[in-house]
Design a protein around this ligand. Structure first.
Ligand SMILES: [Zn+2]
Length: 250
């Protein structure tokens, strides 16, 4: 049976979440969609709590809207019988870096946190650690859950990273890999597009090819008929191709 993962892109209009240089609700939706692709690539079913800009509540009052949205998210998660619930958020308030929030720390949470930090560390992004937060409503769902605070909306370099689509795509792979490890699915890296700019090394040295061609030319002179000459010419061209040289017999 295929595994199921609930993906919650935090907030949704009228609640934009944290607002700074970037807006939380927009960036986390983009990230959620990228993580969904990674999980689907591995045959994992996903339950997306938000696929558009708006929250799950239609209430006009902001407070009521936020409360209803949150309760609907929790209800969907609880009914999903998912293997994992991933909440994607961004931090705010003048800090910098990444942290994982959870209801209780365990091996799966550590695996996920480490996978994300392994990606972020080369960018010199601060590891704020794993934080136990039993008071966060969405962390009170029945399924295993982690809330990822992916950098700060109001920190210049954090925000710049989160605006960069290549960075986001790498981050989504790291999150996906961590979630897959947490639910026991082997991670397979995405296929890299084949680079056409990279020139392949010739399989034979040009000097060696010229020696072989010299032998073939001697044989060509000894050839009994035009068919034999044609065949020798073809072989010489085969040698030229292997050595990265230009064909001369058409
Ligand atoms: Zn948030």
């Amino acid at each position: 049976m295929s595994k199921i993962v609930v993906i919650g892109a935090g907030h949704g209009l009228p609640d934009p979440g944290a607002c700074g240089i970037v807006q939380e609700y927009k960036v986390v939706l983009q990230l959620a969609q990228l993580v969904e692709e990674v999980l689907k690539r591995h045959g994992v079913k996903t339950v997306m709590l938000r696929t558009g800009e708006r929250s799950l509540s239609g209430a006009a009052d902001l407070k009521q809207n936020k409360r209803e949205d949150l309760e609907r998210r929790v209800a969907i998660s609880n009914q999903s019988s998912a293997d994992f619930h991933l909440e994607l958020h961004m931090n705010a308030g003048g800090g910098t870096g990444y942290e994982t929030l959870c209801y209780s720390e365990n091996e799966q949470i550590r695996t996920l946190h480490n996978s994300v930090m392994q990606y972020l560390r080369p960018f010199n992004i601060r590891d704020r650690g794993i934080k136990i937060r039993t008071d966060v409503r969405v962390l009170q769902v029945k399924v295993k859950v982690a809330l990822l605070e992916c950098l700060f909306v109001d920190h210049p370099s954090d925000a710049a990273y989160m605006k960069d689509s290549a960075f986001l795509s790498g981050l989504s792979e790291a999150i996906g890999r961590g979630v897959l490890a947490a639910i026991g699915v082997a991670y397979v890296p995405a296929k890299q597009p084949t680079t056409t700019t990279q020139k392949e090394e010739p399989k034979m040295k040009q000097a060696d090819a010229e020696k072989v061609i010299a032998y073939l030319q001697a044989a060509w002179k000894e050839a009994k008929n035009a068919d034999e000459q044609k065949e020798i010419g073809r072989l010489a061209d085969e040698v030229r191709v292997v050595a990265g040289m230009r064909k001369v017999n058409g």
